[in-house]
Write a protein that binds this ligand. Structure first.
Ligand SMILES: [Zn+2]
Length: 397
């Protein structure tokens, strides 16, 4: 994808330069193991040349450390474990890999969830799509990885508990494409997955998310609609909002985009819960995408043409200025006008200490669901159209 907002590459370069500096100081410290690891700091562009089985089997599933879906038997579903980064004990974090390998050749799609550990409806959506596929009737391949950030999923929390200087909580959706010799375990985990499992097997990729714990969102897709291949897929979803923005580097769908693989991020409601009704809209849209790519046959289900879709290129954050209990005056998907009051906040005496208004006209796309808030937290995100887009934008996907 050549359509990159200004500034993205600059920041990515800066991040890589920082990692290189870390590597240099580690080598100077004279740790032979570290120096050896740093010597392979640049992985080859496409290291997945052939599937590697480690020889291990976990609960009947073979373990791989590298995958080329071309090596798998056609017309079948394959359940594997991919060997990720090591834990402090030296054992590995394994992620589940389901491959529906069509009887006939065709495009290769990847569906991922669990980059954040508290986003259950996204896991369910991917599982439901995979359960509907019959490889004997498919032309092409669909691969699913539902539990990318394994340690975050174990405790159903957003971030990876990294054992650095004490426990750091690391947002894995700021780590992609990762670095197999990076300074943290999640960076290395991302590098292993991206280089050896995801990138080499993708013609397109969809990374499913939800809102986060304490902050609920509605159903929408997040992606760069100026990229025709992305637009064609996003418009096949019968969901009511599109956030047309490239957002920042480090998110998984942008790592795919940066290497020319069309990708975007569906957002499926609240964290922690399973919203089957909302999930079904994304299952329908994803099956449409697989039909669009010729992987499965059949007529299209409902698409964006069957619902009213609001497209915005920016999300206006309403930030808390006080501490206290928040009362929302609008609901998800409500239309709001500039100047409209959207929430109030009361202190412990019940006195109103803050009133919040929207500065823009748009639609409510996210709301804080934890009713208490301290200053600085986003209370409401309002999807709207900025007349002069400023490119990459921050959003807590
Ligand atoms: Zn997420």
């Amino acid at each position: 994808m050549s359509d990159k907002p200004k500034g993205r590459l600059d920041r990515r370069d800066f991040m890589i330069a920082s990692i290189a500096t870390v590597g240099a100081s580690a080598a100077l410290a004279g740790n032979a193991g570290t120096a050896n690891a740093q010597a392979q700091a640049t992985p080859p562009a496409n290291p997945a040349s052939g599937t590697v089985y480690t020889g291990d089997v976990i609960e009947g599933k073979k373990v791989i450390s590298r995958l080329d879906v071309n090596d798998l038997e056609p017309g079948k579903k394959h359940l594997l474990y991919f060997q990720g980064v090591e834990m402090p004990t030296g054992q590995h974090w394994y992620v589940s890999v389901t491959v529906a390998k069509g009887a006939k050749p065709g495009k290769r799609g990847i569906l991922t969830s669990g980059v954040h550990g508290d986003e259950m409806s996204s896991v369910h959506t991917v599982q439901t799509v995979m359960n509907q596929l019959n490889p004997a009737e498919m032309s092409g391949t669909v691969m699913a990885v539902t539990d990318i950030s394994r340690p975050a999923l174990e405790s159903m929390q957003r971030r990876w508990p990294n054992h650095g200087r004490g426990i750091d909580l690391i947002d894995m959706n700021r780590e992609w494409p990762g670095n197999e010799n990076g300074a943290t375990a999640p960076s290395r985990h991302a590098g292993l997955l991206f280089n050896r499992l995801l990138r080499p097997n993708a013609d397109f990729a969809i990374d499913f998310h939800t809102g986060t714990t304490g902050f609920e969102v509605t159903a929408f897709n997040l992606g760069g609609m100026d990229v025709p291949e992305v637009k064609a897929m996003v418009e096949l979803y019968p969901v009511g909002q599109i956030f047309d923005n490239h957002v920042y580097p480090g998110v998984l769908h942008n790592a795919f985009m940066d290497v020319g693989i069309p990708s975007f991020t569906p957002e499926i409601g609240a964290a922690r819960v399973l919203d089957r009704e909302m999930s079904s809209l994304f299952v329908e849209g994803t099956m449409n995408v697989l039909k669009h790519h010729g992987i499965i046959a059949g007529s299209m289900g409902r698409t964006g043409k069957h619902v009213t879709v609001f497209v915005g290129n920016s999300a206006f954050p309403v930030l808390a200025t006080a501490g206290g209990l928040v009362e929302h005056l609008v609901k998800l998907n409500d239309k709001v006008e500039a100047g409209q009051k959207v929430a109030i906040q009361r202190n412990s005496f019940g006195e109103v200490v803050a009133e919040y208004t929207s500065s823009v006209a748009g639609e409510v796309t996210g709301q804080r669901s934890d009713a208490m808030s301290e200053p600085g937290n986003p209370l409401v995100f309002i999807l709207f159209n900025k007349s002069v887009p400023e490119g990459a934008e921050s959003y807590p996907e």
